[in-house]
Design a protein around this ligand. Structure first.
Ligand code: G3H
Ligand code: 13P
Ligand code: ZN
Length: 326
């Protein structure tokens, strides 16, 4: 099937008590790993491209790689989404390039300005058959060249959401309830340690999510910054020459809980980066004589596929929700 918007995906996810995975893509191997897992697990998927990914790979390469994945798996339900669009122009460029969904992230701007630019993007996107994700509240962490410190991050104010959605006409809303971007989501001093010395982060603010849902019944909510930073991969990286002390993510059990509610889209990027980096470091360490990129990208791709499969089945709950094959 051709690329689709997230409209039907979200309706089914909301009513079915699961979330669709939104995975960031930057190259062929990542796209292959994700789409193979989604095909095998009969799951819908959102493939998302950041401003940085567009600059790295060229938007056209990424659009065509995603289209190639659809040629390989014609049944696959795929939405192609711009992640963290910073202004109207980049959103317009992506809609013009064939993206079926864009995010306008004006969450760092004053409320009225956020409304104004989001509304403009919605008008353009809707007129061209695409949908729009917007954001209220600020996540901590790093996205493209924007770095938000934990002190400057702010939770979404439930009292704002109704007015914002009504005024902008956006199709989904990203909210800040304690997730953050990157592999260092929480400072060690914000966490406790379990019996193995592993950092345990503070719980997500489900109370804020509940208040948002009360004010926007039936409306799809998005969680950014939702990588879990699997400790087994942090260990592989550190045992093979890396240095990632105290990397910590959002516990998967909390994401599973969120996926059962109005949260219809869960963003995962850092976990892919960790798996890819760990796989390549490990390969180099074990085979110092090898130099064919295909040899080290092959296990990286296979490990991304298995990590994504685990997310679909055990975290998002979206495995088996489509029927591509028996
Ligand atoms: O939220 C940001 C995503 O992880 C994308 O990261 O901007 O480095 O491509 P990037
Ligand atoms: P992570 O850094 O937790 O993977 O978040 C990704 C994200 O929110 C992309 O928009
Ligand atoms: Zn994000």
């Amino acid at each position: 099937m051709p690329l689709v918007t997230s409209t039907e995906m979200f309706k089914k996810a909301y009513n079915g008590g699961y979330a669709v995975g939104a995975f960031n893509v930057n190259n062929m191997e990542i796209i292959q790993g994700i789409t193979e897992a989604c095909y095998e697990e009969n799951a819908p998927v959102i493939l998302q491209v950041s401003k940085g990914a567009r600059a790295y790979a060229n938007s056209k390469y990424l659009v065509n790689l995603v289209k190639s994945a659809l040629e390989c798996y014609p049944e696959l339900e795929v939405c192609l989404h711009l992640d963290h669009g910073s202004d109207f122009d980049i959103c317009k460029a992506c809609v013009d390039d064939g993206f079926t969904s864009v995010m306008i992230d004006a969450s760092s701007k004053p409320f009225e300005e956020n409304i104004e630019v989001t509304k403009k993007v919605v008008e353009y996107a809707h007129a061209h058959g695409a949908v729009v994700e917007a954001e209220l509240g600020t996540l901590a962490g790093v996205e493209d060249d924007v770095k938000v410190s934990a002190e400057d991050s702010s939770y979404t104010r439930p009292d704002d959401v109704e007015e914002f959605v009504k005024a902008t006409g956006c199709d989904s809303l990203a909210i800040a309830i304690g997730t953050s971007h990157g592999a260092y989501k929480f400072k060690p001093e914000q966490c406790t340690r379990d019996e193995n010395g592993i950092l345990v982060p503070p719980p997500l603010r489900f109370d804020i999510l509940d208040e948002v849902v009360k004010r926007l019944p039936g409306f799809p909510i998005v969680l950014h910054g939702s990588s879990s930073v699997p400790q087994e991969w942090v260990k592989i990286i550190n045992e093979n020459g890396g240095k990632m002390p105290d990397a910590v993510g959002v516990p998967e059990a909390q994401l599973r809980e969120a996926a059962k509610s109005a949260v219809c889209k869960i963003n995962i990027d850092s976990d892919i980066r960790l798996v890819m980096t760990g796989s390549i470091r490990q390969f180099y360490n074990e085979h110092p004589d090898k130099f064919d990129p295909r040899e080290y990208l092959k296990p990286a791709r296979a490990n991304i596929k298995e990590m994504v499969r685990h997310k679909l089945v055990d975290v998002l709950g979206c495995a088996g929700k489509n029927h591509y094959h028996d």
